[in-house]
Design a protein around this ligand. Structure first.
Ligand SMILES: Nc1ccn([C@@H]2O[C@H](COP(=O)(O)OP(=O)(O)OP(=O)(O)O)[C@@H](O)[C@H]2O)c(=O)n1
Ligand SMILES: O=P(O)(O)OC[C@@H](O)[C@@H](O)[C@@H](O)CO
Length: 235
């Protein structure tokens, strides 16, 4: 079985003092999270779309799903976790409790604040996860990447031709992801900013899926202006 996992468990602190987490802000007359869910909703490969949000926003999210999407049976809204990867683990726990978690269970995990993901990117994630067990959506780095150990002096300037920027979806064999995550130390979990690194730390291959420059993550107020422009372009 293949599940869409929409990660909306964050509070959007870098968006500044807004009355609600950024995934619920409106862009192009609809909440960002609805734009994102719609991109998965049109793909028939998913058994279920699992949307995970902060506990105090679950009923709000359920109301949004009811308002904007017809077939509510395809979507379940549950509570996210204390970290992005704990949110993913909550989605796997839901699958274990309501379906079967086995070697054929695939999850396509996606940031709820990346509303411009495309059907092709999602399809490629499904295909690669089925074939290889783990994949990460990326784009080639456009800026030169600089590494510093002390935020003061350059430690290295890696070869840009080998550098990529991670996006989402990140898609996995769910059972393998859960087993490897549970085998990590607390220190290893602390440094994670995504899920693909769980495989990488354990020396397991993660295949690259070609992303799109416009598959942005809405993080700062500036990104909202970019998103409005992109939405205008979609019309
Ligand atoms: N415990 C968490 C933390 C983050 N996310 C999700 O992971 C995605 C990308 O993370 P990020 O952009 O960092 O979102 P926030 O954590 O909400 O933002 P900030 O770091 O500015 O607070 C978002 O869709 C966010 O909702 C999640 O599902 N569960
Ligand atoms: O740094 P942030 O916590 O905003 O992002 C966490 C993840 O969403 C991010 O690592 C993936 O989108 C891949 O870039």
């Amino acid at each position: 079985m293949i599940f869409g996992v929409i990660l909306a468990g964050g509070i959007g602190s870098r968006m500044g003092n807004v009355e609600k987490p950024k995934q619920f802000l409106t862009v192009g007359e609809k909440p960002i999270i609805i734009h994102t869910i719609e991109k998965f909703y049109v793909n028939d490969s998913f058994e279920k779309l699992i949307v995970l949000c902060p506990a105090q926003w679950v009923s709000h999210t359920k109301n949004l799903v009811k308002k904007y999407l017809k077939d509510e049976d395809r979507i379940v809204v549950i509570e996210g976790g204390s970290t992005r990867n704990e949110t993913i683990m909550n989605s796997i726990r839901y699958i274990e409790e309501n379906y079967t978690l086995d070697d054929d269970t695939i999850i396509v995990t996606h940031d709820s604040v990346r509303p411009f993901v495309t059907y092709r990117i999602i399809e490629d994630n499904i295909r690669y996860a089925l074939e290889y067990g783990a994949c990460d959506t990326v784009i080639p780095a456009t800026d030169t990447i600089v590494e510093s150990d002390d935020s003061n002096i350059i430690a290295s300037v890696p070869d840009r031709s080998k550098m990529y920027q991670g996006q989402t979806p990140q898609s996995f064999k769910a059972k393998k992801l859960k087993d490897m995550y549970n085998a990590l130390t607390e220190e290893e979990k602390e440094i994670l900013t995504d899920a693909a690194k769980i495989f990488v730390i354990k020396g397991e291959p993660v295949y690259l899926v070609e992303g799109e420059v416009f598959n942005i993550k809405i993080t700062y107020p500036y990104d909202l202006r970019v998103a409005e422009t992109l939405i205008e372009g979609d019309k």
